[in-house]
Design a protein around this ligand. Structure first.
Ligand SMILES: NC(=O)c1ccc[n+]([C@@H]2O[C@H](COP(=O)([O-])OP(=O)(O)OC[C@H]3O[C@@H](n4cnc5c(N)ncnc54)[C@H](OP(=O)(O)O)[C@@H]3O)[C@@H](O)[C@H]2O)c1
Length: 365
């Protein structure tokens, strides 16, 4: 007889979550999923994880890695197994035909094509299904995928770098460099977690950024410029498509389309009907971007927060003083009249990067 404790179940589910996290920068638009298979005696006989859309799902990979018969065994998986034919066959069928007796699922799949149907099919096949182990960890791992599925918008993270007196640049637009080299290099690695990086037209004109991971992610995240004027330079780093794909989104109600000739053919261009940042968030979600990084200046950042496009923020704070009333703030005026209107952040995590401080927080929206 096998003796199973709650700790055993948690241990195996945590293993599935760890395996899922190995697909951290590569699975979009799909979720991060890991699966563990135990034999009927509770011994680990296989595991797998989803690496990339179009490649086998975690459960399928675990079945193809099987060292022994799974009949009578159990499976731990951090997300409900799929029951629809996508780029790969439904995982539920594989679980049922394997003879597995128990399936531990951490959370339901928010994708409408699955959402409880996978669980139902497993139960109908006589499999014992348990849902809810390590729910919080699983939710955190896939919060971007879950957010996109529910809201139809990309999960947005806003990042900026500022001095200790809260300035992001001088009034003449100069801002290179506020933070130290270590922080800047960390930003390159950290961009690899994102499917797209967004700036406004003015940041493009002022900073001429590259917006790449410097080769840490292949392909590089999509580089997105949002512009109301389309008055973009004919030469800039973002037009070099050998470094990464670029998409220009412009507001057709205000843009001067004569500037389209400044943009090379390799750059994609899409028009929208207003300057509401929510439109970008929706376009990118539709393209399969789960998580996007807003690296814009104060005006677009303020508009993006107002439009509920930002779910988390990351601030790099350098021990430097820029001073000056007219030097740049991270945000424009939200026009709050009462303290109970101000934006509150939660779940802050603080780390030191050399002499810089990095604060990550969530927005309550
Ligand atoms: N320290 C940092 O972390 C950091 C980060 C980013 C930027 N910056 C600095 O910020 C400065 C640029 O600031 P910015 O506020 O002008 O930033 P931005 O990132 O260029 O955003 C503003 C631009 O976005 C476009 N846009 C589209 N929809 C908009 C909307 N609803 N509201 C506002 N803008 C919209 C417009 O482009 P068009 O003008 O093309 O129509 C507008 O000029 C630069 O000097 C840059 O160095 C600093």
């Amino acid at each position: 007889m096998i003796c199973e404790t709650n700790e055993d179940h948690t241990k195996w589910m945590r293993r599935a979550i760890f395996l899922a996290s190995l697909g951290k920068n590569t699975t979009s638009p799909n979720p991060k999923v890991g699966a563990v298979i135990l034999d009927k005696n509770g011994k680990l006989i296989s595991e797998g994880f989803h690496y990339k859309a179009g490649m086998p799902h975690a459960e399928a990979m675990a079945f193809s890695n099987l060292k022994k018969d799974a009949k009578g065994g159990s499976m731990y998986v951090n997300l409900e197994p799929c029951c629809h034919q996508g780029k790969t066959p439904p995982c539920v069928d594989k679980v049922i035909s394997s003879g597995i007796k128990k399936v531990y699922i951490s959370i339901k799949d928010p994708d409408k094509r699955v959402s409880g149907k996978g669980i139902k099919l497993l139960k109908e096949a006589g499999i014992q299904v348990h849902v809810g182990l390590c729910r919080k960890e699983s939710f955190n791992l896939n919060k971007d995928f879950i957010y996109r599925n529910i809201s139809k918008k990309a999960f947005g993270v806003l990042k900026w770098a500022m001095s200790i007196d809260g300035r992001i640049g001088l009034k003449n637009g100069k801002s290179k460099w506020i933070t130290n080299e270590e922080s800047r290099s960390l930003v390159h690695s950290f961009r690899a977690e994102f499917d797209a990086i967004i700036i406004g037209g003015n940041t493009l004109r002022q900073d001429n950024p590259l917006l790449t991971t410097r080769g840490k992610k292949k392909p590089e995240p999509l580089r997105v410029v949002f512009t109301k004027s389309l008055d973009l330079p004919s030469k800039c780093n973002l037009w070099d498509c050998s470094k990464g794909k670029t998409l220009v989104i412009y507001d057709s109600s205000t843009a001067n389309e004569k500037f389209l000739t400044n943009i090379p053919q390799c750059v994609e261009v899409e028009k929208v009907s207003s300057d509401n940042p929510e439109l970008i968030s929706k376009i990118l979600a539709k393209r399969g971007c789960n998580k996007v990084l807003w690296e814009c200046g104060p005006r677009l950042a303020t508009a993006a927060i107002r439009a509920n496009c930002i779910q988390e923020i990351i601030t790099f704070i350098a021990p430097k003083i820029l001073g000056g009333e007219n030097n740049m703030n991270p945000f424009g005026d939200f026009e709050f009249k009462e303290m109970n209107e101000i934006i509150e952040l939660s779940d802050s995590q603080v780390s030191l990067i050399g002499n810089d401080i990095c604060v990550k927080s969530a927005l309550k929206n």
